[in-house]
Design a protein around this ligand. Structure first.
Ligand code: OAD
Ligand code: ZN
Length: 238
């Protein structure tokens, strides 16, 4: 048995953390990609072909996210971060529910749906301040695009993320299917640097980890993190 203090923790979240806030995951039975073909809405080529169609899809998602509230899973992560040292939250999600739960400095590796930017002059906009149905840059008149990472594009903040991974002692994965790289191999990088790994998911993804909890994030996380916080450490078998 080994007891690790609550520090140097890398948390990776995926669509599963927001599922219970009413935001569809990508690959579940009612997943987003069941209703849309990825190449029709989440590639630079699709945007260049028909930006109005892409913005229609994104404005629908933006409006849903605006109405959504964090769930107990988001709040449990906030409590763990407040109770520990040097803990970093990296999310694949483009929603703002971690922020709504009170967490600052969330690393959005796949971008942030609440902002848009100009592909030409790079000016950034809040989506609350852009014109529908087709937003245009006030500076250079180009068509704005959602500030999200599309298929074929490189995720954001990777250098920082790899640096954090190699320094972490504990890696926690919450609600991600492990289908999309490079996030899918983050746990392996952490592990090869000596970190212990904890996975929480509604399904058994078959990914090897030191500890695995099967169930809903909103139920598992508050119980689990409260226990860790009151003890001040996490127990691993070896
Ligand atoms: P997926 O939809 O692939 O996976 C969601 C995971 O969450 C599944 O493994 C579910 O079992 C799990 N899950 C669902 N509800 C849950 C709950 N209440 N509690 C715990 N787990 C739950 O979503 P991601 O893995 O996040 O990329 O997808 C990764 C990336 O694929 C996304 O960021 C997006 C997409 O293409 C980009 O947009 C670039
Ligand atoms: Zn511009």
């Amino acid at each position: 048995m080994i007891k690790l203090p609550l520090k140097n923790i890398f948390i990776l979240t995926g669509a599963g953390i927001s599922a219970e806030s009413g935001i569809a995951t990508f690959r579940g039975t009612d997943g987003l990609w069941n209703n849309y073909r990825i190449e029709d809405v989440a590639t630079p080529a699709a945007f260049n072909k028909d930006p109005s169609l892409i913005w229609k899809f994104y404005f629908e998602r933006i409006d849903r996210i605006k109405k959504s509230k964090p769930n107990d899973g988001h709040y449990a992560i906030k409590n763990l971060i407040s109770a520990s040292k040097n803990i970093h939250l990296i999310t694949q999600n483009v929603d703002n529910l971690h922020e709504k739960a009170g967490i600052k400095n969330v690393i959005h590796m796949h971008g942030d749906i609440m902002t848009a930017f100009c592909p030409k002059c790079k000016k950034k906009y809040s989506v609350t301040r852009i014109k529908r149905p087709l937003p245009i840059c006030k500076k250079c008149n180009s068509i704005l695009r959602p500030n999200v990472v599309w298929f074929g594009e490189t995720p954001l903040y990777l250098e920082k993320i790899y640096n954090l991974l190699t320094k972490s002692s504990i890696f926690i994965s919450i609600g991600t299917s492990g289908n999309v790289y490079p996030a899918a191999e983050f746990h392996l990088i952490a592990k090869s640097s000596g970190a212990r790994t904890v996975f929480i998911n509604l399904e058994d993804t078959g990914i090897q980890s030191d500890i695995f909890f099967l169930g809903k994030a909103s139920i598992i996380l508050p119980q689990l993190f409260d226990k860790w916080i009151s003890k001040g450490y996490i127990e691993f078998n070896r």
